[in-house]
Design a protein around this ligand. Sequence first.
Ligand code: GLA
Length: 337
Amino acid sequence: MIPGPGRSITAFAPGRVNLIGDHTDYTGGWALPMAIQLGTTVTLAPGGDRVRLSSSVETATADVGVDVVDPAAEDGWVRYVAGVVAELRPPSGGVGNVTTSLPIGAGLSSSAALEVALALALGFTGTPLELAMTCQRAEQRASGVPCGLMDQLASAAGVEGHALLLDCATNSVEPVRVPEGCEVVAVHSGRARTLADSDYAERRRQCEAAAAEIGPLRDATVADLKAVVDPTDRRRAHHVITENGRVLAFVDALKSGDLEEAGALMVQSHESLKVDFAVSTPGLDELVADLISRRGVHGARLTGAGFGGCVVALTEPGVLDLGWRLTPSGGAHVVPA
Ligand code: GLA
């Protein structure tokens, strides 16, 4: 059906890079992502009973009924469009297009940016937290991966010049200023993420199994781990407990401008994600080792789910001539006409 002459809506949603605190969000812990200047724009002329979108980076066109019920049955990026539509149940669809400056599948939350921008373009009104929770459900339905809230919340609630301390027990957001005199750079490991979906779900189950024995991991200490019977579950929980501590220590380091300490915490985080959580790859390990051996690099770690994708580095300005220099940016919004 051809849409009516309604005015088109343009919405932008940023991607995110996580500075520290990975695989903590779905255990009710802390994470410190920041929204970045790279993101996704959706322009939609409302009308009709289907959502039809072309994309600047995908060959397939999305064509989804507003009554779609099984987003996971769609192919590729269309699943995410269908996930948002299935969650929002908009009264009407629309015709439009998607453009993005984000690398796809690199661990900078291209799918969250698409979901959040599309939800706004479809007329979502609500708080950034409500927007993020709607899009988290869309992502889970689309991908079948039981992801946490970090990516969608960072995209929805970004604050220019700041990283976001997420308390995933209460879903509150505290902006933390990123100090002058440093740069955040993401560098691709050259490998797209592999096997991430089933491994992610397995890690989450292992954390839940440990929490069933010793209580919420956010309140647990390393000493409590003795009571976790399964050694693999114990290692996973060891990562989460120590990573939560590192997030809070990293925030203190940023607030006091101690970039050396912040960098050291990133390196410890990578080691923990590699050894305890087993979500690194040889490519990510080599890249971190290479980056931290360079003058002016305070620290580096894998960022996001792992299994490939990007490394994030904290550096003195201008020392790396590779990757994406990322600026802490504002959150998703409708672009004024
Ligand atoms: C993915 C998920 C997030 C989070 C990270 C790991 O990006 O979508 O919710 O769990 O992995 O920190």
